[in-house]
Structure formats: structure tokens, C-alpha cells
Design a protein around this ligand. Structure first.
Ligand SMILES: [Zn+2]
Length: 270
């Protein structure tokens, strides 16, 4: 496999070459040494350092310890209203201008309105948070293999351009924890669909232990999508941890359906 573009970004972030889960030292059930883990109100979520420096922005990638109820427990977030999707592995994008009654069906949310939390749920799929500092617009996107194949991130950037006047070159995108390239096994039908959609074949690696099966690098596939959409490589930020390998993260492949989902969120204070 050719070097994935996010490797250089990891170095820029100060994550070094910590590509392997074994290189991350677990200090407590909440903290991970050397990663931008934040702890608030007794629960835990990961933040991306560059997004963390934007004073009007709140964002995070929840771990297994962060539940939907935690949104309501953070006093400094008083007045924020979560917007949570019923996710359907689609390329449906909702541009929201206020609190929603009931849940929207789709896999991406965009807003330019403060005091809304855009929330996506994952447990192996890739959550992506996008921010435009100049236009003050944010987005949250759920990227499973189907959304990736449907190029949902490129479509989100298209909406940001068309509807909000965003310049893709000025967008910041943070890719949260997802299942890693050594753990995400897919069948040949997935590879064939990606091939037909003109994704490079080096996103797939044959599984030496299972004939006809492949490992898909879904992080690299979506990094590629963001590049194609016009984002600068240095603005594509990646919290590179494998959900299946890390016990403090939830994994559908490891834990099954009953274990719930992690919550990634982004919103604007003002
Ligand atoms: Zn893994």
C-alpha cells in the first residue's frame, strides 16, 4: 500500500508516528498519554488540538464513557440544543437553522447557527467534524463504507461552497477514531463498488488469512475525498485510533450491536 496522506498530518499534530495502538499508553480509564484527551464533568471525549484553539468552537469525539445524557450535564454548554441524526448510511445532508423537533434522517449536518450541537454516532464508522473559521460554519458527518463510496464528504464540501460561500481551502476537517486499516475486513463486493466509483485500489489490502476478503482503509479513503474536494492537506486533521483495538472506544465489529455508539459533536458558542 502506498503511504497514506494523513501520515504527514499526524506528524504536524505532534502525534509522531503513533500509528499502532500499542504505542499509546493508557494512564487511566479516562486519559490517554500523548493524545489530546480532555476530561470534563467526569466523562471523556477526545478533541483535536487545532479545533480546540478556536475560541467560539466546541467539539469532541466521545469515547465509550461519553453518553448522550452528558450533553445536558455540562453547565458551560447551557442553552445548547443537540441535533441528532437517524443515520441510514446515505449521502443525505441536512442544513439546519435551528433546534429540531424529532430526529432527521440522514448522515451529515451543517449549520451556521450558534448554540446547536451537531451530533453523529459511530462505532467503527468514521466521524468527521468540519469548521470554517472565516464563515463560521460547522458540519458533522458520518462516514461508513456506503457514505464514503457515495462521496458524502465531497458533497458536504459542495454544500458548504454553494450554500454558505465557504472556500474549501479554508476548511478544517477533523477525522475521529474509526476502525483501522488492519481491522476493517470487507468482502469483494465493496472493493468492486469502490473500483467502479474510481477510488484507488490501494485503499484495499487482501487479507492473507481469508481468501477473497480485504482490509479497507476508510480513513485514507475519506482523506482522499477531502483532498479531492479542495481541502489543504495540512487542514485535514486525524485522531488516529482504531475503535476495534482500543478498549476505551466502542466497536461494532468487536462488541456487536448492543454496545451502543460514541457521540461526535461540534457547535458554536456564538
Ligand atoms: Zn484495529
Amino acid at each position: 500500500m502506498s503511504p497514506s496522506p494523513e501520515k504527514a498530518i499526524l506528524v504536524d499534530l505532534g502525534w509522531g508516528d503513533r500509528k499502532e495502538p500499542a504505542d499509546l499508553t493508557i494512564t487511566t480509564t479516562l486519559g490517554i498519554t500523548g493524545t489530546p484527551m480532555m476530561e470534563r464533568t467526569g466523562s471523556a471525549y477526545l478533541t483535536e488540538p487545532r479545533l480546540e484553539r478556536i475560541p467560539w468552537l466546541i467539539h469532541g469525539f466521545g469515547t465509550a464513557a461519553w453518553t448522550e445524557a452528558d450533553f445536558g450535564r455540562v453547565r458551560e454548554w447551557d442553552g445548547f440544543r443537540p441535533v441528532i441524526l437517524d443515520q441510514v448510511h446515505s449521502d443525505i445532508i441536512h442544513c439546519v437553522a435551528g433546534p429540531q423537533n424529532g430526529r432527521l434522517e440522514g448522515d451529515a449536518l451543517i449549520t451556521s447557527v450558534p448554540k446547536l450541537f451537531l451530533v453523529v454516532k459511530t462505532a467503527d464508522c468514521l466521524p468527521v467534524l468540519v469548521a470554517d473559521e472565516a464563515r463560521r460554519v460547522v458540519a458533522a458527518v458520518h462516514c461508513g463504507w456506503r457514505g464514503t463510496w457515495k462521496r458524502i464528504l465531497e458533497q458536504v464540501v459542495g454544500e458548504l461552497r454553494a450554500r454558505y460561500g465557504c472556500d474549501p481551502a479554508g476548511l478544517l476537517a477533523a477525522l475521529g477514531p474509526c476502525i483501522g486499516p488492519d481491522c476493517y475486513e470487507v468482502g469483494p463486493e465493496v472493493r468492486e463498488r469502490f473500483e467502479a466509483a474510481e477510488f484507488p485500489d490501494d485503499l484495499f489490502r487482501p487479507n492473507p488469512a481469508a481468501a477473497g476478503k480485504y482490509f479497507l482503509d476508510i480513513r485514507a479513503a475519506n482523506t482522499l475525498g477531502l483532498r479531492r474536494a479542495g481541502l489543504h492537506p495540512e487542514n485535514i486533521l486525524s485522531l488516529d485510533a482504531c475503535t476495534r483495538c482500543r478498549p476505551e472506544l466502542l466497536s461494532y465489529r468487536r462488541d456487536g450491536t448492543a454496545e451502543g455508539r460514541m457521540y461526535a459533536f461540534i457547535g458554536m458558542k456564538a
